[in-house]
Design a protein around this ligand. Structure first.
Ligand code: NAP
Length: 248
């Protein structure tokens, strides 16, 4: 039996990169996985087709995680079609990097809305059904940048640090109701988000990674599946770095 057999899950930003790897792993482990995307419907459909022979199933739909009303509708869809919500993975995120001197208010607001407000939006609407269900696991995708900071990413680092404070607070508020909340802090992972990085920046990162390579989305998915599953029922309020030992 799969690790997530019969679990009803929602993954935001599941069409590409880390989110797509999480959807894949969860479906392989027997879950029914609703997942959202912002615009890449073709990629979402391709992902669903690739999972046709797996144990569980994937159900994609368009929903902007930075929008409060759309997030409410997203949770409602999961409840209407899935009956309950066992696992919420707040994975959707963007970057819009520039040095602070050049950063516009729009760049700040957009990244905070997509990365941090989105986590509030989805968690807010997921809590009542999880309370009714008397259990739940919420996994928030932070970043090592939220722990260490990074030049040129003040907006992104602030959003990811905000996720950590949010995660620890939710864990404290809802632990007594059997709702767990943890953050995953990936390091430097091979996805579209990192493919355009300057070679010099990449080299600097690699020098500081004891395992001497970038991480893979599948490695983040394995950790996320563990945190979603009954194998981690005594883990809450934690920030788990998965970064090849990166320490910057
Ligand atoms: P990615 O390849 O750029 O994929 C981002 C995903 O999020 C896409 O599915 C995208 O949908 C979706 N998305 C973006 N904004 C959205 C919104 N407002 N509403 C709904 N969906 C939205 O990114 P990734 O590298 O897989 O990163 C996934 C998460 O891990 C992010 O939170 C990121 O900050 C975090 N992370 C990544 C790394 C890394 O090295 N890659 C490191 C640390 C943390 P569309 O396809 O429709 O645009």
């Amino acid at each position: 039996m799969g690790l997530l057999q019969d679990h009803i899950c929602l993954v935001t930003g599941g069409s590409r990169g880390i989110g797509a790897a999480i959807v894949t792993k969860f479906v392989q482990e027997g879950a029914t996985v609703f997942f959202t995307y912002r615009s890449s419907s073709e990629k979402a459909d391709t992902l669903v087709r690739s999972l046709a022979d797996e144990a569980g199933k994937a159900i994609p739909f368009q929903s902007d995680a930075s929008d409060f009303a759309q997030s409410e509708s997203a949770i409602k869809k999961v409840l209407d079609e899935g009956g309950r919500l066992d696992v919420l993975v707040n994975n959707a995120g963007i970057t819009d990097d520039t040095l602070m001197l050049r950063m516009s208010e729009e760049q700040w607001d957009r990244v905070i809305a997509a990365n941090l407000k989105s986590v509030f939006n989805l968690t807010k609407h997921a809590l009542r059904p999880m309370l009714k269900n008397r259990k739940g696991s919420i996994i928030n995708m932070s970043s090592v940048v939220g722990v260490f900071g990074n030049a040129g990413q003040a907006n992104y680092a602030a959003s990811k640090a905000g996720i950590i404070g949010f995660t620890k607070s939710i864990a404290k508020e809802l632990g007594s109701r059997n709702i767990r909340c943890n953050a995953v802090a990936p390091g430097y992972i091979e996805t579209e988000m990192t493919q355009d990085l300057d070679e010099k920046v990449k080299d600097t990162f690699l020098q500081n990674i004891p395992l001497k390579r970038m991480g893979k989305s599948e490695e983040i998915a394995d950790l996320t599946a563990f945190l979603a599953s009954p194998k981690s029922t005594y883990i809450t309020g934690q920030v788990i770095s998965i970064c090849g030992g990166l320490n910057v």
